[in-house]
Write a new protein. Structure first.
Length: 551
């Protein structure tokens, strides 16, 4: 930890400070609620199954020959934007009861089956996964959805009996669909009754105390009058959100509600195919809430970023068209209390289009840096537009002197993918943007020279991808006596209290670059998915030329 804390200020490598690594979990529960064991073709042997390859009756669906597994029994389909959530994140009894790691399988995998998407839609779909870190156990949580997500990120519910989670991503390839959240009740069985912990299994006890047995998926819906104000004609099968994001003349603020569909997961003893969940319902006329219509759009909405202060607000990258939206759930705790001990019929939300998906919406400050072939990275050089393009990674940093969003694009930019910071005000408006770094691209001088971060790993010039930012300020901050904070002192909301008292220029982060152009040599020999780097960085947007230090 001492070496980690001083890493940015010395010339040493990271080798001596890395003590080891290991697996986060060694036990996995599937969508049937069974501990996964040796694969079985017998439909009655539900433990020998994984959901993305199994129908609700236990029938195993074989992959096509070119996709059959050769070194594993089961296939986890792309865990992407995972999130570590501490217990009591927003105060004692508020939020999750346990330290958890949230992730989800990401994309629909129809191409792996003989009958394509019709085969995959008939399976249990894609697992929403919550890991009990203390017990090294991963649970499939079907109440959170079976359609696959880019990222699951909790938000402060403001009420001890509930959890609320932003559920961002793909809807199993079925489009369009609205922005979604999950609302769950703690200490409830799947049927909504109070759970009896004296007789409950370890599985149900863990999921119940964290609000993951009884809950619903809610989608954003608007009134017909709001659609008219936004300049939109209602068409349930159209990508109305995308049309709004691309309309420069549309108002940037509007009101809406999150409503559920008629579907709710009923328990592990009543498994259903993903096609029979809420997946297909958002477009259905008879599923529209009274006086409202689901605000459907492209489902490529990648990372959200929740307000670290505990205010029930979050930003959402609108990845497909390239924009940014903000959502404010107001007095969420009061709204949940009004549900009188059950799931709410709806939740009100105020929405802001913080960055429209139009050329000219975002030009980044670059000072005298970040020159590229034929121009600079203040705009997206490959697309030739001054806007966000395929924003993926997103993190909200709340500091003593301001709020900032750290954004990672994943656009296949031949001139180098961009990582940048957006300054935001109290009303969730973006006030300016500063480029932090660019990585990869076939025009990269490093790739033109055939070099790689790990010697001998260069494959061929191509695009890379920044893949998230994580704050480590509280881990390396010292107390008045010069000692580090203990792990007990960093429980609950302590980490954000520490970060919130420190200016942005003194915050420290780690980030990741996925670098498929650097996947030869030792990467290939060790069966690595791709080459890349973990790096540490700081930034200071108040310098005449944005100062970034990274290592």
């Amino acid at each position: 930890r001492e070496k980690f804390a001083t890493f940015m200020g010395n010339n040493e490598s990271a080798k001596s400070m890395v003590k080891g690594s290991g697996k986060l979990f060694n036990t996995v529960y599937n969508g049937f609620g069974e501990i996964v064991s040796t694969p079985s073709h017998d439909p009655s042997q539900l433990a020998g199954k994984w959901g993305n390859q199994t129908r609700p009756d236990g029938t195993l669906v074989q992959f096509k020959s070119e996709f059959k597994l050769s070194q594993a029994n089961y296939f986890f389909q792309s865990f992407c934007g995972a999130w570590y959530e501490q217990a009591n994140q927003y105060g004692e009894g508020m939020g999750f009861a346990d330290d958890v790691w949230l992730t989800a399988e990401e994309w629909e995998i129809g191409r792996m089956f003989p009958a394509g998407s019709s085969d995959s839609a008939a399976t249990l779909g894609l697992a929403s996964v919550v890991v009990d870190i203390a017990n090294e156990t991963a649970y499939t949580a079907p109440a959170l959805g079976q359609t696959g997500y880019e990222k699951l990120m909790p938000i402060n519910p403001g009420h001890k009996d509930y959890v609320v989670i932003v559920a961002a991503g793909y809807n199993h390839g079925q489009e369009p669909a609205p922005n979604r959240i999950y609302v769950g009740m703690k200490n409830r069985a799947a049927d909504g009754s109070q759970i009896n912990y004296a007789t409950a299994s370890d599985r149900d006890a863990f999921l119940a105390r964290n609000g993951l047995l009884y809950g619903k998926i809610y989608g954003l819906a608007l009134t017909p009058e709001t659609y008219e104000t936004l300049g939109l004609k209602i068409a349930l099968d159209a990508k109305m959100v995308d049309d709004y994001m691309k309309n420069a003349d549309a108002p940037n603020r509007f009101e809406g509600r999150f409503y559920p569909t008629s579907y709710q997961w009923a328990g592990f003893d009543q498994p259903v195919a993903v096609q029979d969940t809420e997946m297909m319902l958002w477009e259905q006329k008879d599923e529209q809430p009274e006086g409202y219509v689901f605000f459907n759009g492209d489902t490529k909405t990648e990372h959200p970023a929740v307000d670290p202060s505990g205010a029930p607000r979050y930003f959402q990258n609108m990845t497909d068209e390239g924009g940014l939206m903000g959502f404010d759930l107001g007095d969420l705790g009061k709204a949940l209390a009004a549900a009188n001990g059950d799931l709410p019929t709806h939740l009100d939300v105020s929405v802001v289009r913080s960055v429209a998906a139009v050329d000219g919406a975002l030009t980044l400050n670059i000072g005298d840096q970040f020159k590229t072939v034929g121009g600079d990275a203040s705009i997206h050089m490959e697309e030739g537009v001054a806007k966000m393009v395929a924003p993926d990674g997103l993190y909200w940093s709340k500091t003593a002197d301001g709020d900032y969003l750290i954004v990672d694009e994943d656009s296949g930019n031949d001139f180098g993918e961009r990582k940048y910071v957006l300054t935001i005000d109290a009303n969730m408006n973006v006030t300016d943007g500063h480029l932090l770094a660019i990585a990869g691209g076939k025009h990269s001088p490093r790739y033109q020279a055939g070099v790689s971060a790990l010697g001998g790993a260069f494959t061929k010039a191509g695009t890379t991808e920044f893949s998230g930012s994580w704050p480590v300020t509280a881990l390396i901050e010292r107390k008045a006596d010069g000692s580090f904070y203990s792990m007990d002192e960093l429980k609950g909301n302590a980490r954000q209290r520490i970060r919130g008292a420190i200016p942005a220029s003194q915050q420290t982060f780690v980030g990741v670059v996925q670098a498929r152009p650097e996947s030869s040599g030792a990467v290939e020999a060790n069966a690595g998915d791709a080459g890349g780097q973990i790096f540490m960085f700081t930034f200071d947007v108040n310098q005449p030329s944005t100062k970034l230090a990274s290592k």
